[in-house]
Design a protein around this ligand. Structure first.
Ligand code: DC
Length: 216
């Protein structure tokens, strides 16, 4: 296998991970891989096909059959551009149970590992530094207080902070508590608490740290 640079960025919902990872990738000229989008696309497919979120076998089969394509910022299911739809409330509510299914994770992880062979990547998710790319060149764990994360999401979605906070806490508990690949800080990861920091600041800090570390 070609030796390539992989920057793994993990962290909980609302930690600023997606925006940060996308911008860090643009700064470095690397490909950006949003792994949450893949779980979201499978959740959307399950909703569309009426597959019960409790049916692990059916969800695993769906993941194997799903034709998911990530193209820059766009996400496709077959020919269908589902970029906006996978961010909707219905999918956001349904994705966590889908992502707890081991059969789903197996398929998605395999696809992540073979995406864009040989190219330098910034990969963002929950289990990237621990499971998908345990040999990643550099690992980052972004976090922020639950309230700070809820405030960011509430601002983005135009919803009450209290409502978003309850959802975030529930999703955290599920993502951290699942048996297969729970959200965790990978060994050797740089832990950065973004509470009170602007996205610009976080991006600048990470780009400097990554460039420095790669130059060593
Ligand atoms: O980052 P996000 O909100 O788009 O993630 C959607 C869901 O997928 C969330 O419940 C966590 C899960 N996920 C995961 O289990 N593993 C990943 N590598 C990425 C996301």
């Amino acid at each position: 296998m070609t030796e390539r640079t992989v920057i793994a960025i993990d962290g909980p919902a609302g930690s600023g991970k997606s925006t940060v990872a996308r911008r860090v990738a643009a700064h470095l000229g690397y490909r950006y891989l949003d792994t949450g989008a893949m779980y979201r696309a499978i959740a959307l497919l399950a909703l569309r096909q009426g597959v019960p979120l409790s049916d692990e076998r059916a969800l695993s089969a769906l993941a194997r059959e799903a034709r998911i394509r990530l193209d820059g910022d766009r996400v496709f299911l077959g020919e269908d551009d589902v970029t906006a739809e996978i961010r909707g409330r219905e999918v956001t509510r349904s994705v966590s149970p889908v992502a707890t299914v081991s059969g789903v994770r197996r398929t998605v992880v395999e696809r992540q590992r073979v995406a864009w062979p040989g190219e330098a990547l910034v990969v963002e998710g929950r289990d990237i530094g621990s499971v998908v790319f345990p040999d990643a060149t550099l690992k980052v764990y972004l976090t922020a207080s639950p309230l700070a994360r809820a405030r960011r999401r509430a601002r983005q979605d135009g919803r009450p902070v209290r409502e978003v906070l309850a959802e975030i806490l529930e999703r955290d508990a599920r993502d951290e508590g699942r048996r297969d690949s729970p959200l965790c800080r990978a060994e050797g990861a740089l832990v950065l608490d973004t509470t009170g920091l602007s996205i610009d600041r976080v991006v600048a800090m990470l780009v400097r740290w990554i460039r420095g570390a790669l130059a060593e």
